[in-house]
Design a protein around this ligand. Structure first.
Ligand SMILES: O=C(O)CCC(=O)C(=O)O
Ligand SMILES: [Fe+2]
Length: 207
């Protein structure tokens, strides 16, 4: 584990190959029940390059009219999000020291050209709870800035099996995915391989 400034913890290869396979199988079930969809940006309605879905009681959604928010139902099927797999609750307990369970797990699927601009995670009512991110598949160049937009950002590589915790002073740090890196040998586990190059799971407490 390496601490990238107070409260930001990077755990390279936290999940071994077997754990990645098991997690990918759980996420494939989530996607079968709650299909991936394309969110649009508030105001402009521009489509995001990342496809997404959620599991847990609440899911992060965005559209032109109503912007970023959490909803209890899939925006296209209208069904409640699938339950959060037990394995994710266990990883939260292992890595996040917080007295309440996560309510939302956002599943982001990147193809080779997808990216995510620098942003803060601030649609939650509870900023005291850490954020837990888990990565599968291709490496990405991840940017981690400060708590103000203009602060300089450092780049790190997030690889398959890596965990990242943003807690305390790091909870509101800007972050984003610059680009997916050509990654030799690290593809998504078979259960997810057809969907894209990289999958990121972000577990959050919302209320
Ligand atoms: O894909 C990642 O590593 C980051 C995802 C993220 O920042 C988000 O969904 O808010
Ligand atoms: Fe984020």
């Amino acid at each position: 584990m390496s601490e990238i400034g107070p409260g930001a913890f990077h755990y390279p290869s936290f999940l071994d190959a077997a754990a990645q396979t098991a997690l990918a199988e759980e996420i494939a079930k989530v996607i079968a029940a709650a299909p991936l969809y394309v969110s649009t940006m508030p105001k402009t309605g521009a489509p995001m390059s990342v496809r997404m879905t959620n599991c847990g009681a609440l899911g992060w959604v965005s559209d032109k009219e109503r912007g970023y928010r959490y909803e209890p139902r899939h925006p296209q099927t209208g069904n409640p999000w699938p339950a959060m797999p037990q394995r994710l609750l266990e990883l939260w307990n292992e890595l996040v020291h917080y007295h309440k369970p996560p309510e939302a797990c956002l599943v982001n699927v990147y193809d080779e050209t997808a990216r995510m601009g620098l942003h803060q995670d601030k649609d939650e009512a509870d900023f005291a709870a850490p954020i837990l991110s888990l990565s599968l598949g291709a490496d990405c160049r991840f940017k981690l800035g400060g708590t103000r937009r203009g602060d300089g950002a450092i780049a790190l590589t997030l690889s398959s099996g890596d965990a990242l915790v943003l807690s305390g002073l790091a909870r509101m740090r800007y972050h984003g995915v610059d680009r997916i890196l050509p990654t030799i040998g690290a593809t998504l586990p078979a259960a997810l391989a057809a969907l894209g190059a990289r999958v990121n799971l972000t577990l959050r407490r919302v209320t």
